[in-house]
Design a protein around this ligand. Structure first.
Ligand SMILES: C[C@H](O)CC(=O)SCCNC(=O)CCNC(=O)[C@H](O)C(C)(C)COP(=O)(O)OP(=O)(O)OC[C@H]1O[C@@H](n2cnc3c(N)ncnc32)[C@H](O)[C@@H]1OP(=O)(O)O
Length: 700
């Protein structure tokens, strides 16, 4: 192994190959400290009068995954960050000005600064492998592409596509990259280097204009059309993010500069934007999420590396169908769905088929791939074919004796190693395992709806679950594309436990006369994706009110849900599924059902402003999160932050409830809670918070 990152090798035909291989790392990333070495390589190539130069990665599954995020995080001042962006600009400008042909041979992750590196080359050839993904995901870190991405991308793929990709952080596959003009050629990995060498010999290619349809050409080709494009992009950002994130606006500004300013000024706009964003609290929080999730991937590693390949799902309802889908289509397992009725089975199969068909229509999936994935899912109404099941995941009604009988059935029809995982959202796992012959194999695995979209899963071992089973289930959940957090077996686990007091407070405010839309808007403006009453309508008011008594029994009166919910249930206003809850649901939109105020005996009389409404609801959630950590429901503040962001949509730019509590300060929060508690004891500050306030400590 050498210490070099850029390993230069001159081939017989005067073509040089530079293999990029950051020593000791499985992923190539770019650091400012590599610049001198890259400059040396470029000088060497110039002095040796090479005809062409190919950049390829020495790693098996990535080209370059971007600038090193740890390096970005260590930038102390705006000037430090500005220096990083300008350093990238300078070195990439040198690459672009080389007198010989430069070719980037791309395989695997080519992201952020990695793609910007490739964009500075004359020609890009990529492998057609599934793992080849190209993109500028900086926005997800609260940043903009600071290595020339906002300048070079629009020139290759057009303004609209560049905006779409950089504003969403979308990663595109090889074929899509070729179609859009991002890469010049796409080949099997086995001939990637050969194709790149061949191109390097051919010499410089003429730069081509983006492949645009006529309407796009017209729009992008004149200032009036561009005005429309940029305004629409900014409006969409505001609609989607509520204006909470500065990065998308800075991206739009830099892309606009790329077409409206001279190159020097436009690059300065990009560098300034990058430096400002790098210092922003939003980017710091989002980078924190990246570090947290990467760290979590290393925990609960399994000794037995063979992955779970045979899965059974009990219950073909919405949750069961979603679990079957991610097991088959993400974790590539064979899935057997069991339902009491064949109708349940076919509904579950149809669920996957619909999702896959959409992907096929969007050409993400071929019809052969669709068929292959569907072939992995079968259904039965009995336990035939269950013998080799490695994990059975139940998603049936919240009924303890039903779940216990399923444990017995699974034990009778599978094998000694089969894991029984319950997708309960409220029942204690130790009770489900109570009558099990092999309680060490029983565990909770709590998904969130819709399963294929929600990134979190709670893994809940009871006291007798074996460590090996926990590790296997965590590893399987990761294969399903989920971020698992291991939580303690106590009522509500973590997510529902912090959600319940938040939703209850929203209901209390409604009963006190605050209008429904105002409550929801207050929390959306705070940064949640939907308001608490909309959320309750989505989950189902009946479901919410089933969990509440369990929490109240085990954890105390502060969890008591308002009695008014019973009136809603009696009136069959269960939420979206019955067409009405707090809102009335039409084919396309929803509106507040004014008659609900009469039904609940409320006279609308707004007294609080939206900030006060948000503060009351959120402080309930924060208080309960503090208790959860204190009681060991979650193992760390980090797990609590990730759980709330990925499970509830707690505003990511605030970094999660614990990061937010640090920002507010325990003293400030405890004092606000104590003020609210004078009128409602449910606000009594958690002991842990009071102690932190006294000792002036923080979570991070
Ligand atoms: C100036 C520029 O415009 C600014 C930038 O480029 S900002 C960076 C833009 N790039 C990104 O956001 C990509 C970040 N990385 C990822 O999304 C994912 O790591 C990935 C999709 C590349 C691979 O995912 P996966 O296979 O699950 O591997 P994952 O566990 O995440 O990463 C493997 C290792 O690479 C590290 N890594 C990946 N990308 C990194 C990056 N950009 N910076 C620092 N470390 C990185 C991870 O921390 C992890 O390190 P570890 O093994 O020491 O814990």
């Amino acid at each position: 192994m050498t210490d070099s990152v850029f390993n230069f090798e001159l081939k017989d035909n005067d073509i040089a190959v530079v293999t990029i291989d950051v020593p000791g790392e499985k992923m190539n990333t770019l650091r400012a400290s590599f610049v001198d070495e890259l400059n040396e390589v470029l000088q060497k190539a110039t002095s040796e009068r090479v005809k062409g130069l190919v950049f390829i990665s020495g790693k098996a599954d990535n080209f370059i995954a971007g600038a090193d995020i740890k390096m970005l995080d260590s930038a102390q001042t705006r000037d430090d960050a500005l220096y990083l962006s300008k350093t990238c600009h300078d070195v990439f400008a040198q690459m672009a000005a080389m007198p010989f042909t430069t070719v980037a041979a791309l395989h695997g992750a080519t992201l952020g600064g990695g793609l910007e590196f490739a964009l500075a080359c004359d020609y890009r050839v990529c492998s057609d492998a599934d793992i080849t993904k190209l993109g500028l995901p900086e926005v997800q870190l609260g940043l903009l592409p600071g290595g020339g991405g906002t300048q070079r991308l629009p020139k290759l793929v057009g303004i609209q596509k560049a905006l779409e990709w950089t504003l969403t952080g979308k990663q595109v596959r090889a074929k899509q990259a070729l179609k859009a003009g991002l890469v010049n050629q796409c080949v099997p990995q086995s001939i990637l280097l050969t194709a790149a060498l061949k191109q390097a010999l051919k010499g410089k290619v003429k730069s081509v204009k983006p492949k645009l349809d006529r309407v796009s050409q017209l729009l992008e080709g004149n200032p009036f059309g561009r005005n429309i494009i940029f305004k629409k992009a900014a409006d969409n950002v505001t609609k989607k993010t509520g204006g909470h994130y500065p990065a998308p606006y800075a991206i739009i500004k830099a892309i606009r500069a790329s077409v409206e300013m001279d190159s020097q000024r436009a690059y300065q706009v990009e560098a300034d934007g990058f430096a400002d964003l790098c210092m922003s609290s939003q980017s710091k929080a989002l980078r924190g999420i990246f570090f947290a999730t990467t760290e979590m991937k290393k925990e609960w590693q399994v000794e037995d590396k063979s992955s779970i390949s045979h899965v059974a799902v009990l219950g073909g309802g919405l949750m069961g169908a979603g679990i079957a889908h991610v097991s088959a289509c993400k974790a590539s397992a064979r899935v057997r769905i069991k339902d009491v009725a064949s109708e349940g089975v076919s509904k579950a199969l149809n669920y996957s088929y619909k999702i896959l068909s959409k992907k096929q229509k969007r050409r993400i999936l071929s019809s052969a791939e669709l068929q292959l994935q569907m072939n992995r899912i079968t259904g039965v109404t009995d336990y035939s074919g269950f013998k080799h099941t490695q994990i059975a995941i139940e998603a049936v009604f919240e009924d303890l004796s039903l779940k216990q009988s399923m444990v017995a059935d699974i034990e009778a029809n599978t094998n000694e190693q089969t894991i029984f995982a319950s997708n309960t959202s409220s029942l204690p796992i130790h009770q489900i395992a109570e009558k099990a012959a092999r309680p060490e194999n029983v565990i909770g695995l709590h998904y969130f709806s819709p399963v294929e979209k929600m990134p979190l899963v709670e893994v809940i071992p009871h006291a007798g679950t074996s460590e090996q089973v926990i590790a296997k289930v965590v590893s399987f959940a990761r294969k399903q594309g989920k971020t698992p957090i291991v939580v303690k077996d106590k009522a509500g686990f973590y997510v529902n436990r912090i959600l319940a007091p938040y939703v209850n407070e929203a209901a209390n405010l409604l009963l006190a006369g605050e209008p429904i839309e105002k409550i929801d808007q207050a929390l959306v403006e705070f940064g949640f994706p939907v308001g608490p009453l909309t959320l309750l309508d989505e989950v189902g008011i009946d479901i919410g009110s089933k969990i509440a008594p369990i929490l109240e029994n085990e954890l105390g009166e502060r969890f008591k849900a308002p009695d008014a919910f019973n009136k809603l249930i009696a009136a069959k206003r269960l939420g979206r599924k019955t067409g009405k809850g707090f809102y009335l649901y039409g084919a396309k939109d929803k509106k507040v059902d004014e008659s609900i105020y009469d039904l609940l005996g409320i006279s609308v009389s707004p007294k609080l402003n939206k900030e006060e409404i948000a503060e009351r609801c959120v402080s309930q959630m924060l208080n309960e999160a503090a208790r959860c950590l204190d009681e060991g429901i979650i193992a760390s503040a980090r797990d609590g932050d990730i759980g709330a962001i990925f499970g509830i949509g707690f505003p990511p730019f605030l970094g999660g409830p614990f990061s937010y509590m640090d920002k507010l300060g325990a003293a400030q929060l405890a004092s606000r809670l104590a003020t609210f508690a004078e009128k409602n004891t449910a606000f009594t500050p958690a002991e842990a918070l009071v102690t932190m306030a006294e000792n002036k400590t923080v979570y991070y």
